[in-house]
Design a protein. Structure first.
Length: 170
């Protein structure tokens, strides 16, 4: 039995093109997110008044300590240090007043030291194991660009409707 010539099949060629496009898109997005993750994190540190000092870290909080209060339209944590970080994350979320944060993705103990852990709050559910933007898929990175107001403020994202269109086509 002869093997079919897949390259002569138009649908297969389109599938290959689409796959390569997503790989190239991700490659470009990773560069943007890796570069800006540090800048965004430094901005949060400045807002919290911890620039230049060794960052205070928490050793007792986890994802389950992040509480969504529907009645008061507020996210909060009992730990004052982690709550300060959480309030900055919520303040920088594009959806107001009660953004949809996926607390399962992140480890609050790492917010003060790892910029990417902060970005994982803006990603869809399922990014727990990601250690950098290189580990995430294109859709997750696009969600960071859409959900984190830093990117629209710094001019990285001009048209969020295009980001939505790409996210829903992936």
């Amino acid at each position: 039995m002869a093997a079919p010539n897949l390259l002569s099949d138009q649908r297969y060629r389109n599938w290959i093109r689409d796959t390569l496009s997503l790989l190239y898109l991700k490659e470009a997005l990773v560069k943007i997110v890796d570069h800006d993750a540090v800048k965004f994190h430094q901005g949060l540190q400045r807002a919290l008044g911890v620039v230049g000092a060794a960052p205070s870290t928490c050793s007792s909080c986890n994802q389950n300590d992040i509480i969504k209060d529907f009645r008061r339209h507020k996210w909060w944590m009992t730990c004052p240090l982690c709550d300060q970080w959480l309030q900055q994350i919520v303040q920088n979320h594009a959806k107001k007043p009660l953004p949809n944060l996926h607390r399962e993705n992140t480890d609050p103990q790492l917010w003060s030291t790892n910029p990417y852990e902060v970005f994982k709050c803006y990603m869809p559910y399922g990014c727990q194991q990601d250690q950098s933007a290189k580990d995430a898929d294109s859709q997750s990175i696009l969600n960071v660009l859409k959900n984190c107001v830093y990117f629209s403020k710094c001019g990285r994202i001009g048209r969020l409707d295009l980001v939505d269109e790409v996210i829903h086509s992936v």
